[in-house]
Design a protein around this ligand. Structure first.
Ligand code: GYE
Length: 311
């Protein structure tokens, strides 16, 4: 009868969704965790996830988006490798009435070209790192070297600006060298080697600020190979809070990290579900929290707890 029919309809799963995910690549442990969690949550929600890895190339991401549009997916997740160059393809998605949700990075495009952006406050993360260093060195002169993220990406731009805000007013702290390590361990190690060579074997360097932990872990290797003690001769502060940075902290080789949650997909899928169900429009920015961790936070326990989470 109608009651049985009604209960059947009510029990029906949320509309089956096909969602295209244009992921940057797997340049860092943090990104690998984001990918793992996105697949897990799509599975749990009965979403058919079409996954495309761009190997950190924007043209591959644009190709993937065009393919998703041609397939007529219900929605698109985009982690934009750089901030510019998206207007045309986002216009095409808008034409096709396919909502786009940005993950962990933002784009310099008109806000009507994407439904929402799920990101941390990237400027704040840099400021927290800078404030930690200012507190750690007090009035002592401190020459800082900086490993920037991918050139032209919103985290590289914002984390640089934020760090400078964080050390503003502390004239004893100076950024003496700054270069991209492209968010990878390999490049982070290579660039740190060049910083050490250029700065009297590192005697002139008081601290490293790396825009992510993976570059910091690579740099820590270079500092040790130069015969110096990372975390002591050269302080190390970075961002992401991946398991391996806690291992370095437990060994006294890193000092602080600002946590970035890899769970950007959860809020993205929630916003899309509400939008597709009854047109609920989310805020343009869904902000995730950032938290500072230091050697005082039992790093080995955190390492054990985090290491199984898909990094
Ligand atoms: O910090 C880094 C990854 O876009 C904020 O990208 C993200 C950054 C993250 O390569 O590990």
């Amino acid at each position: 009868g109608t009651a049985a029919l009604a209960s059947l309809v009510l029990a029906a799963p949320s509309v089956a969704q096909t969602i295209g995910f244009s992921q940057i690549g797997s340049e860092s442990g943090w990104r690998a965790a984001e990918t793992t969690l996105t697949h897990q949550q799509a599975e749990e929600r009965g979403i058919d996830l079409k996954f495309a890895d761009a190997q950190q190339k924007q043209e591959n991401q644009i190709k993937a988006l065009r393919s998703f549009i041609a397939q007529g997916v219900d929605a698109i997740l985009l982690a934009p490798v750089v901030a510019t160059g998206w207007d045309a393809v986002l216009e095409e998605a808008k034409e096709a009435e396919i909502p786009v949700v940005l993950l962990d990075r933002t784009v310099d495009a008109p806000e009507d070209l994407y439904l929402t952006a799920v990101t941390s406050d990237l400027v704040h993360e840099g400021a927290v790192a800078g404030q930690w260093l200012a507190k750690a060195v007090g009035d002592e002169p401190c020459n800082v070297v900086e490993l920037q993220g991918t050139t032209g990406s919103s985290p590289a731009i914002d984390r640089k600006a934020g760090f400078e805000q964080g050390i503003a007013g502390h004239d004893n702290i100076k950024i003496i060298r700054s270069q991209t390590g492209d968010f990878t361990r390999t490049k982070g190690k290579e660039v740190m080697e060049s910083f050490l060579k250029a700065e009297d074997g590192g005697k002139n360097i008081c601290a490293l600020y790396a825009h992510n932990d993976d570059m910091a872990v690579g740099a820590i290797q270079a500092i040790k190979e130069a015969g110096l003690k990372p975390g002591d001769d050269i302080l190390v502060v970075s961002i992401d809070a991946v398991p391996d940075i806690f291992k370095s902290m437990a060994e006294g080789e890193a000092n602080a990290t600002v946590e970035l949650t890899p769970n950007m997909a959860g809020p993205a899928f929630d916003a899309l579900a509400a939008y597709m169900k009854d047109g609920t429009v989310p805020p343009k920015w869904i902000q995730t929290e950032s938290k500072l961790y230091t050697q005082e936070d039992d790093p080995m326990a955190i390492y054990e707890q985090k290491k199984g989470l898909g990094y």
